[in-house]
Ligand binder design. Structure first.
Ligand code: PLP
Length: 373
């Protein structure tokens, strides 16, 4: 089946006797045993599994062409499940511009438990040389947040396979509509489903997908059900609902983003546009070889100070100044100030989550804010 059909049907297991077309939300935390003590409904207790969570896991596993998925209460909880499943003392190679929430999770919560090196993943020789005896995982995030750096997934995976190291790819920005990391060699895919999958800025979630059923995946499943950072049935329902329109939304986001990137690229107040769809992007060729389109996220720097940069964000009217991304509404964010003192993001940079409003309105909004800068 094609992605549009999977998105609509694979998260909708409706076997209710009233013939509801849409799967109902199963709020029950517990499930009745049969007379023989078995669980004929396939569920025991909602921390371990729930019909809505199973449907969400099913549709995302199919979209990512994996064999199974595990859903969590946030993207960070999904990332944390992989880190928890590693043996203490394991070494991780992570991108130097990793999403700051996951970076801080590794640096603060897993300090003393896991060893981490933040490495420039665009340099395959450096990645190779960073692998140590205890290296168990390479974490990829491509395109990255907020600098839209692109990592060569095939290149990293071939090194990792040779060195028997697992690879997990954060596919939040690209989504399975534009990029399939498992098909390119990764072992796991991770998502903040809070973003494009939910798609409407109203539900938090995270998900992991595996290429194979392995003992390490079973450990992740144990972390999921025993640590219990699981999404509620309502959150699963909302995410499944969002996923139904994911392919169409992603095409709209990418189309708007392409036009906005060209507009910004030609604007005299703009210093640099970070969008992998632009020919000028340092890793455009790699992006084009592993993505079918370039998504709705971009950043740009202006010729000016931090104060002028923040002023532009404040002047935007259609773009809302807020963190997060991937919703139908366009957002703008001054990343350096949200990332805190150890940020690596330039202070003259704004990140855009390009939404699904009419592109002319978005461009007019950017034009008026930049003209007053
Ligand atoms: N990965 C990326 C690329 C993100 O942008 C985010 C959140 O912004 C996360 C992971 C974490 O997801 P969540 O906020 O759902 O925990």
């Amino acid at each position: 089946m094609r992605i549009e059909t999977i998105a609509i049907h694979e998260g909708n297991k409706s076997d209710s006797s009233d013939k509801a077309v849409i799967q109902p939300i199963t709020l029950s935390t517990t499930f009745e045993r049969g007379l023989d003590g078995s669980y004929p409904g396939g569920h025991v207790y909602t921390r371990a599994s729930n019909p809505n969570r199973s449907s969400l896991e099913n549709v995302v596993a199919k979209l990512e062409r994996g064999v199974e998925a595990a859903a969590f209460s946030s993207g960070n909880a999904a990332g944390s499940a992989i880190f928890q499943a590693l043996e203490p003392g394991s070494h991780i190679i992570a991108p130097e511009d990793m999403y700051h929430g996951l970076r801080n999770l590794l640096k603060e919560v897993y300090a003393g438990v896991l060893e981490v090196d933040f490495v420039d993943l665009s340099n395959l020789a450096t990645v190779h040389d960073s692998i140590k005896e205890n290296t168990k995982l390479i974490w990829i995030e491509t395109p990255s947040n907020p600098l839209l750096k692109v990592t060569d997934i095939r290149g990293i995976c071939s090194i990792a396979q040779e060195m028997k190291v697992l690879v997990c790819c954060d596919n939040t920005f690209a989504t399975p509509v534009f990029q399939l990391p498992l098909a390119l060699g990764a072992d796991f895919v991770m998502h903040s489903s809070t973003k494009y999958m939910g798609g409407h800025s109203d539900v938090l979630g995270g998900i992991l997908v595996t290429k194979e059923l392995t003992p390490f995946w079973s450990k992740i499943r144990s972390v999921q059900s025993l640590s219990g950072a699981v999404p509620s049935p309502f959150d699963c329902y909302m995410t499944v609902r969002g996923i139904k329109t994911l392919p169409y939304r992603m095409r709209g986001h990418a189309e708007n983003a392409r036009k906005i990137a060209s507009f910004l690229n030609a604007h005299p107040s703009v210093e640099k546009v970070y969008y992998p769809g632009l020919n000028e992007h340092e890793m455009h060729e790699i992006a084009a070889s592993q993505m079918s389109d370039f998504g709705g996220m971009m950043s740009f720097t202006i010729h000016g100070s931090e104060a002028q940069t923040r002023d532009i964000a404040a002047k935007l009217r259609v773009f809302t100044q807020a963190t997060s991304l991937g919703g139908v509404e366009s957002l703008v964010e001054h990343r350096a100030s949200v990332e805190g003192p150890d940020t690596r993001t330039p202070s003259n940079l704004l990140r855009l989550s390009v939404g699904l409003e009419h592109c002319d309105d978005l461009i007019a909004d950017l034009a008026q804010a930049l003209s007053k800068s």
